[in-house]
Design a protein around this ligand. Structure first.
Ligand SMILES: N[C@@H](CCC(=O)N[C@@H](CS)C(=O)NCC(=O)O)C(=O)O
Length: 356
């Protein structure tokens, strides 16, 4: 196994990155776009290794995705994905500094270099890639926007929300979609836009709005923790949007984007191949998997990783199915079905491109 030392000397690209890193360390900034130089060149992996910890942007408390327990440990699908990236980049899934961010703060934090990767139930859209100069690595969770209403309201469809007030979080696709949906259907929905997710939930439970709208998985988590008990609330089956939730990195760091994207592909491919956290070491030594989940030496050199990064990814958090079940599925209070998040071989959309 090669060392995890920074790959600075391996190519001119890496030398360029090293120079950029030195400039940044010396406090040299460029005015362009208001972003520091290091945020504009591909040096994230070097930066992460120099620091020794991955700075991962997550939610401020999204059960099933990113939630800090009283002992200080973060759990959830997003938190586990942060660990998987740290396992690949740093050789240790525990070397993560979780940075909780509200919806409006997440993209400025990524662009400004406060975080290395954003894994915060964030929807992949063209407007965000083109307008905010961020890149999405692939879909970690296929979601859609739904509505939650009190069971006693007897509302069965969003079409019954004519003139109703609906609670929604500021700076989210949920806010934009709701406005668009209201216009398109002439329902005249009045949005009560609140700054944070807890404020949205509290306003809804205090009956300040007739419905709460947001990503359906998020609504399921809020429902489980409803003060009046989950039975008192219903999530309407109709969804009004596609919300492919995806980890994001800064634009202009193609190598980092590639690594983060393939960490996701490792998790998905491992499930397809039956490789789990328990059997990973043995399975991945199997020569018949040679073309399954292993990158060539040249590829690893280009990525700046050692040869064992896929193994460490699966050993640190399990495969995608294990992550899903533990955080959102049968091993969790939410008991979500796999649905679109099942493997492509099982009628879902989870599909990893080949490794070679
Ligand atoms: N996926 C949507 C919504 C993401 C979002 O922030 N949703 C809210 C409520 S649906 C949430 O989960 N907030 C959690 C938090 O603020 O920590 C987006 O990317 O804009």
């Amino acid at each position: 196994m090669r060392s995890l030392a920074p790959a600075m000397s391996r190519s001119t690209t890496h030398i360029a990155r090293a120079i950029a890193w030195l400039l940044v360390s010396a406090g040299v900034w460029v005015a362009a776009a208001g972003d520091p130089l290091y945020a504009a060149v591909g040096d994230t992996l070097v930066k992460v290794r120099t620091r020794g910890t991955l700075r991962c942007g997550v939610g401020e408390g999204i059960p099933g995705f990113s939630l800090k327990d009283p002992s200080g440990r973060w759990s959830g699908l997003d938190a586990d994905f942060c660990r998987a990236v740290a396992a690949a980049a740093l050789g240790d899934g525990n070397k993560v500094t979780f940075v909780p961010l509200g919806a409006s703060a997440r993209f400025p934090a990524l662009r400004g270099g406060t975080i290395d990767v954003l894994v915060r139930n964030t929807t992949w859209t063209l407007a965000r890639e083109a307008g905010l100069q961020v890149r999405f690595a692939g879909v970690l969770f296929y979601d859609g926007q739904g509505f939650m209403v009190p069971a006693k309201s007897r509302i069965k469809s969003p079409a019954q929300l004519k003139g109703a007030t609906v609670c929604v979080e500021k700076g989210t696709t949920s806010e934009e979609n709701l406005e668009h949906y209201s216009k398109a259907t002439s329902l005249g929905i009045k949005a009560l836009v609140l700054d944070s997710s807890p404020e949205v939930a509290n306003a809804f439970f205090a009956s300040r709005c007739a419905a709460m709208s947001g990503d359906a998985a998020r609504l399921a988590a809020v429902r489980v923790s409803a003060p009046a008990g989950s039975q008192a609330f219903v999530i309407l089956p109709e969804l009004i949007s596609k919300e492919p939730l995806a980890p994001a990195v800064r634009a202009q760091d193609e190598d980092w984007l590639t690594l983060v994207r393939w960490v996701l592909n490792v998790l998905v491919a491992a499930e397809e191949l039956g490789i789990t956290s328990q059997n990973a070491r043995k399975s991945m030594a199997d020569p018949s998997l040679e073309r399954g989940l292993r990158a060539t030496e040249e590829v690893n050199r280009a990525l700046g990783t050692d040869d064992d990064w896929p193994l460490r990814v699966v050993e640190s958090v399990g495969n995608y199915g294990e992550m899903f079940e533990r955080n959102l599925g049968q091993g969790s209070p939410f008991k979500l079905e796999r649905g679109l998040n099942a493997q492509w071989t099982q009628g879902g959309l989870m599909y990893s491109p080949p490794f070679r």
